[in-house]
Design a protein around this ligand. Structure first.
Ligand SMILES: NC(=O)c1ccc[n+]([C@@H]2O[C@H](COP(=O)([O-])OP(=O)(O)OC[C@H]3O[C@@H](n4cnc5c(N)ncnc54)[C@H](OP(=O)(O)O)[C@@H]3O)[C@@H](O)[C@H]2O)c1
Length: 282
């Protein structure tokens, strides 16, 4: 399978590290013509879109840079889907579970088919892309939530949460990146279509994550706990963050399984501790 990746960033490069036979497009695509040129030159069987605008230093940036955010998160994936359809190429787009806020309408978490209720502008642009792409015949939308990775990095939720003096006391669905990379490959291999929630099956209580981090990585770690509302009322974030539970129902239907959350997260923490030892950070 000849795979072309758009999005020379954190997740795109994780995919290339795992599957070095895949190729990375380094073109910053601004128009259908830019995309056409890349597809003509690379002639892939499948395209994986890890490009997007996530905001720097964080997602609050998107509130004040709305057009750039909409172009990268809504227009670009539509242009890619159109160009891929014209050439008979399967297209997998990286969506986000942060288009859902709060409790799902039915117990068990938000379904892939549920209607999103985004609040932050970033979330609105991700939801808008999913509305358009979700029913196209050559497209899979793979939504991830709260990425957990074994390599310390400012993008890694483990690194982020453990650096905060105050952590929100919530449960969230999470995505272990190792498992996500497998999901991408299998979805492309199967040429699957529609929307998929690529989250490990059980929600993760941040209190459990911190407990396991203290057991496995750093017994001296300390933090305070705050509520979701206090994050905004205490001025720590401009907009409420999406906290939610996603149901992962469609991947198992097509024979793709992610590991139980506790097993996968503890595995990540053990590898994370090893990497910290190697870099001398601990
Ligand atoms: N990381 C997360 O926590 C998370 C969670 C849920 C969903 N996602 C989704 O996953 C995707 C990748 O996230 P990430 O964390 O890997 O972000 P990232 O490190 O910022 O990577 C995104 C890459 O896309 C590039 N890009 C933006 N517009 C482009 C365009 N028009 N043409 C080509 N490349 C373009 C960016 O280039 P510049 O750096 O030059 O802008 C950047 O290199 C995004 O769609 C995001 O919404 C991420």
């Amino acid at each position: 399978m000849s795979i072309l990746v758009f999005g020379n960033g954190w997740i795109g490069n994780k995919f290339i590290e795992r599957y070095p036979e895949a190729r990375m497009s380094t073109v910053f695509a601004k128009s259908p013509a830019d995309i056409e040129q890349v597809l003509e030159a690379e002639d892939p069987d499948v395209v994986l879109n890890c490009a997007g605008i996530i905001g720097r230093p964080n997602v609050d940036w998107c509130e004040t840079h709305q057009i750039e955010t909409a172009v990268g998160n809504t227009m670009l994936p539509i242009m890619l889907a159109e160009a891929c359809a014209a050439r008979g190429i399967h297209f997998t787009h990286l969506g986000s579970g942060c288009i859902f806020y709060g409790d799902s309408p039915k117990p068990g978490g938000w379904l892939e088919s549920d209607y999103p209720n985004p609040v932050a502008y970033y979330s609105k642009t991700k939801a808008a892309a999913d509305f358009v792409l979700g029913s196209l015949p050559n497209v899979a939308v793979v939504r991830l939530r709260v990425p957990m990775d074994s390599v310390p990095s400012p993008k890694n939720t483990i690194t982020k949460l453990m650096s905060y003096p105050k952590v929100i006391d919530v449960s969230n669905s999470v995505t272990v990146i190792d498992d996500l990379l497998d999901v991408f490959y299998k979805v492309m291999e199967k040429r699957a279509t529609g929307i998929f929630h690529a989250v490990n099956p059980e929600p993760l209580k941040y209190r459990d994550l911190v407990k396991w981090y203290e057991e496995i990585v750093d017994p001296n770690h300390k933090n305070e706990w705050i509520s979701e509302d206090e994050l905004v009322t205490q001025g720590i974030a401009a907009k409420k963050r999406s906290t939610n539970i996603l149901a992962n129902t469609r991947l198992p239907e097509i024979g793709i399984h992610m590991r139980p959350t506790e097993e996968a997260v503890k595995d990540v923490l053990r590898a994370y501790a090893e990497k910290l030892k190697v870099t001398g950070a601990k």
